[in-house]
Each structure stands twice: as structure tokens, then as C-alpha cells.
Design a protein around this ligand. Structure first.
Ligand SMILES: Nc1ncnc2c1ncn2[C@@H]1O[C@H](COP(=O)(O)OP(=O)(O)OP(=O)(O)O)[C@@H](O)[C@H]1O
Ligand SMILES: [Mg+2]
Length: 244
């Protein structure tokens, strides 16, 4: 795998994604989309329902293929990779948090966080230590022996975040992480993502319809009609005026 030094976690150039649907017109989701996200940034992606936000997250996390254009993840051009290298990149670079959390319902919070490490071949002893640490990071160690159904929505979201950390990812994607939560719990989750990004240096990309959540991030992008534009948030305006 050829690696180049880059400040960018993500760079797409002229990214096109069409879905071919049998017996119907193809769906043009991304129509030459350019996006640059720096390493360690906390970013929100917004945009109307159906604009392609989830599709984009699936592409960036290599779960979905592209029609044309370039996708560069941490300096690695995806199309240069073999299937095996793609799999390694998927396992070692990114973690996705899905809206329904996708926790395993018969495993406790602790076991849900520990499992990805066991799958990666980490010893039980080390995985126990790290699972403890990640549950402490999300302030949920006290609930470690609870099954998902014995946890509130916000607590399940935090287990899902701890499990994402267990992948030791460079990039975390969270698709509508506050969608099912009350406002206060949602903002706590956003704060947690902010801490993870700014203290652990992990690039965190959230997809959200929630303007309050988005306003906590370093940068807001809007996906519309297949293209991405940056929304000038109060923070980014402050940043650019500082530079001048
Ligand atoms: N596998 C597929 N086959 C065909 N069309 C698809 C497929 N997946 C998604 N689409 C279409 O692509 C478009 C983008 O879908 P996507 O799920 O990325 O939207 P979104 O921005 O995440 O929307 P939401 O805010 O509602 O979650 C939609 O019009 C959808 O119907
Ligand atoms: Mg979606």
C-alpha cells in the first residue's frame, strides 16, 4: 500500500455515484462531488433527505463502490488498492456508528465493546483493559453488565461510540447520531464526539439534520443536488477572520 504524507483525512475529486435500478431510471446521487476533510477535524454533513449523505458515508468507509472520480483516504487512493488492502483499510481506518446502533442484543455493553478487539486478534487480557478504558471514556462503565435492552437510547449510543473506539479508528462516521435522542442527551453525545476528535485526534464525521448539533462542529458541509458546499458557520467565519 503506497502511503503519502497528507494533512487530509479525506479528499474526493469529481466523485460520481449512480445507482442502477432494474426497470427504472438510474439514480444520480453524487454528480462530481469534491470534498476535503482535514485529519482530526470534527465535521457535520447536512442536506435534504435523499441527497446522498448515507451513500457518501458508505463510500468513504469503503462499504459502497463509486461510479467514477477519485476517493483518497488518509493519503491512499482507493482505486489503487487490491481487495485485500481495501479490507485492511476498512478494518484499520474507519468505524461507522449506525443510526440503530447495531449492538449485539445478547451481549452486554462490555462484551459489545470487547468483541471487535477479539476479532482483531487482541488478547482477552488487553481487550478487557481497553474495553474498560473505552467505556470509561463514554462514562458508561457503571452499566457495563447491562444488555442493550436494559440501556436507554442515549446509553446505547454511548456503547456504540465505545465500540467504535475499540476499532482504534482514524476516522469515525456517525449517521444521525442524535436522531433518536432527546435534545439534552443528543448534545451530550455531540460533546463526546467533540472530545474524541479534539483530544484523541480522531477525525469525526457526523451526518445530521440537527442544526444545533452541527453548530458544535469545526465545519459544516451541505450535500445538495449531488454536490457539496461548505456552510459558513459562525466558528469558521471567526477562524477565517483570525487568519487575515
Ligand atoms: N441501493 C440503492 N439502490 C438504488 N437507489 C438507492 C440505493 N441506496 C440509496 N438509493 C437512493 O439514493 C439516494 C440517496 O440515498 P441516501 O440514503 O444516501 O440519502 P440520505 O441523504 O442519507 O437521506 P436521509 O436523510 O433520508 O437519510 C436516494 O434517492 C435513495 O433512494
Ligand atoms: Mg441517511
Amino acid at each position: 500500500m503506497v502511503k503519502s504524507k497528507t494533512e487530509l483525512a479525506i479528499k474526493t475529486e469529481n466523485l460520481v455515484k449512480n445507482f442502477e435500478v432494474q426497470g427504472s431510471d438510474s439514480v444520480h446521487v453524487l454528480t462530481g462531488m469534491n470534498l476535503e476533510i482535514k485529519r482530526g477535524e470534527f465535521v457535520a454533513i447536512m442536506g435534504p433527505s435523499g441527497s446522498g449523505k448515507s451513500t457518501l458515508v458508505n463510500i468513504l468507509s469503503t462499504l459502497e463502490t463509486i461510479t467514477s472520480g477519485k476517493v483518497n483516504i488518509n493519503g491512499v487512493l482507493l482505486k489503487d488498492l487490491t481487495t485485500e488492502e481495501l479490507l485492511t483499510l476498512r478494518r484499520s481506518h474507519s468505524a461507522i456508528i449506525f443510526q440503530n446502533f447495531a449492538l449485539i442484543d445478547y451481549l452486554t455493553a462490555f462484551e459489545n465493546v470487547k468483541l471487535p478487539m477479539i476479532v482483531r486478534g487482541i488478547s482477552h487480557q488487553e481487550a478487557d483493559v481497553k474495553a474498560t478504558e473505552f467505556l470509561e471514556t463514554v462514562n458508561l462503565y457503571a452499566r457495563k453488565d447491562h444488555l442493550p435492552e436494559e440501556l436507554s437510547g442515549g446509553e446505547q449510543q454511548r456503547v456504540a461510540i465505545a465500540r467504535a473506539l475499540a476499532h482504534e479508528p482514524k476516522i469515525i462516521y456517525a449517521d444521525e447520531p442524535t436522531g433518536n435522542l432527546d435534545v439534552v442527551t443528543g448534545m451530550k453525545i455531540i460533546q463526546l464526539f467533540k472530545d474524541i476528535s479534539h483530544n484523541m485526534g480522531i477525525t469525526v464525521i457526523i451526518v445530521t439534520h440537527d442544526h444545533n448539533a452541527a453548530s458544535e462542529t469545526d465545519r459544516i458541509y451541505i450535500l445538495q443536488e449531488g454536490k457539496m458546499r461548505e456552510e459558513k458557520s459562525k466558528k469558521s467565519m471567526k477562524r477565517s477572520s483570525k487568519k487575515r
